[in-house]
Design a protein around this ligand. Structure first.
Ligand code: P5A
Length: 450
């Protein structure tokens, strides 16, 4: 992309309404624009990152054997009356009446709708296990929408639902989701710690939230600092193996880590004092096992191998995809702007032309741009007629992890400069070497956005 043809409305001033750094940078970098309280337009740069995160979530869900689909945002109130949640959900639910006077709602989650789809089409244990998911906009009429996309009213969520014959199988689905979530967050450059939590309006006994530690997080968390040493990494996992998934669950959830809702002071005090931590975190996902709560209320049953018809065991599993943008920025920035992890960056590398209009500099930038593009990478070329300082400030603000700087003086010696956004370190090299280095950095990481 050439910046002269892009739409990147960066702001010089810090918007007064933004209280936390991720919100400030998302506004300043021209990623989002608020249209109403807690409702945002995703401008091209924000949209590009959102799509990348969505793609990573899809890849990891499909890797775990979960099946993608798409349900609508609007739902009929009748389904929610069947589960009993229409009255229970309270003021967070946005209720709408259509022209025929029918009660509708903008879905805050999809347990009822997916259970209805399941009961319409599945009647035998032979079709199980099954996990269906979608990534779709949700609406919750939050009392206090704030911090930009972090607590929106309209927000983008991946929600998946497992259907299993037995509790044991459903607990395997729960563990499998935990493993797939660990992989997902790590690919985004995040450490999200599973913590025992409260199930709230979704219901059920077993639930874990995934928290990214950050001072600006809305949740208070209590944990054994040893949990922060755990990494899933690139180990191989067989998602069909109950034992393998259970072992990962065990590894990541045995040490003390809880949100304030389930915090137990006596248990916490058993953690050696020097490892006890009280901090704040951003909830970027949550998994639930709720057994037959919805399947019994809504008649989602299957015939088992013994001929008996029984309600299916279910769970639901969510990732706050739009919230993740905020969480990633909270975890990765400095006083100049965002620092995108390579796995999610909107563009792989910036190209800054120090002297636009200089024949040699323009030609070198074009060559760099074309070579990177030919390798399947997405450079952002600042080809505007601006002074160098302004170009650097924009690149630092929008946070591309790598920048190639091209100027007539370097070109006389046959070199350009490759700079890391994270360390600020620069290295001179030939343009061909810079292309090779950038290609090497992104090997195996090139998830495309849009
Ligand atoms: C699990 C999937 C559920 O709704 N039903 C389907 C279950 N869980 S949840 O924890 O309530 O939400 C899942 C994730 O969505 C994000 N989230 C939000 N993001 C932005 N703004 C909001 N107002 C908001 N509310 C929830 C969180 O990341 C949460 O973990």
């Amino acid at each position: 992309m050439r910046l002269s043809r892009y739409f990147l409305p960066v702001l010089k001033e810090t918007p007064a309404e933004a209280q936390i750094v991720s919100h400030r940078y998302m506004l300043r970098a021209g990623m989002i624009k608020q249209n109403a309280a807690g409702i945002y337009s995703w401008l091209p740069l924000g949209f590009k990152v959102l799509r990348k995160l969505e793609n990573i979530v899809h890849e990891e869900q499909m890797r775990a054997g979960h099946v993608p689909m798409l349900m609508p945002t609007l739902q009929s109130a009748d389904l929610w009356r069947e589960s009993g949640r229409y009255d229970d959900y309270g003021e967070e639910m946005l209720r709408i009446t259509d022209r025929q006077g029918r009660d509708m709602l903008y879905g805050p989650t999809n347990e009822e709708m997916i259970t209805d789809i399941f009961r319409s089409h599945v009647g035998s244990y032979k079709d199980l296990p099954l996990t269906l998911y979608h990534i779709q906009w949700k609406f919750r009429d939050e009392m206090r929408p704030r911090f930009g996309v972090m607590r929106g009213r309209e927000f983008f969520m991946k929600d998946g639902y497992n259907f299993d014959l037995t509790k044991e199988d459903a607990l395997h689905a729960y563990n499998r989701h935990l493993v797939s979530y660990l992989r997902t967050y790590e690919r985004m450059g995040l450490q999200a710690i599973p913590m025992r939590a409260d199930s709230g309006p979704i219901g059920g006994e077993d639930t874990h939230e995934f928290l990214v530690l950050a001072e600006t997080g809305e949740s208070e968390v209590f944990y054994d600092s040893a949990v922060t040493d755990l990494r899933f990494g690139d180990r191989a996992i067989n998602y069909d193996s109950h034992e393998e998934c259970a072992a990962v669950m065990q590894e990541f959830t045995t040490k003390y880590a809880r949100t304030d809702e389930t915090h137990d002071e006596a248990l916490f005090n058993e953690v050696p004092e020097e490892r006890r931590r009280v901090a704040r975190g951003i909830e970027v996902g949550q998994i639930f096992y709720f057994g037959t709560k919805y399947s019994e209320a809504m008649g989602a049953k299957v015939q088992g191998p013994d001929g008996k018809v029984v309600p299916v065991h279910m769970g639901s599993h969510g990732i706050g995809v739009s919230r993740l943008l905020g969480a990633i920025i909270e975890a990765s920035h400095d006083d100049k702007g965002i620092i995108w992890p390579e796995g999610v960056t909107p563009f792989h590398c910036g190209i800054v032309n120090l002297k636009q209009g200089d024949e040699e500099a323009d030609a070198a930038c074009d060559t760099l741009y074309n070579s990177l593009t030919a390798l399947g990478l997405e450079p952002l070329y600042d080809d505007r007629n601006e002074r160098a300082g302004g170009k650097f400030a924009t690149m630092d603000l929008i946070g591309l992890p790598w920048r190639i700087t091209v100027g007539p003086r370097g070109l006389k010696n046959g070199v350009v400069e490759l700079t890391s956004r994270r360390t600020g370190e620069s290295e001179e090299m030939t343009p061909a070497m810079a292309v090779e280095r950038v290609a090497q950095i992104y090997k195996g990481l090139t998830v495309r956005g849009i």
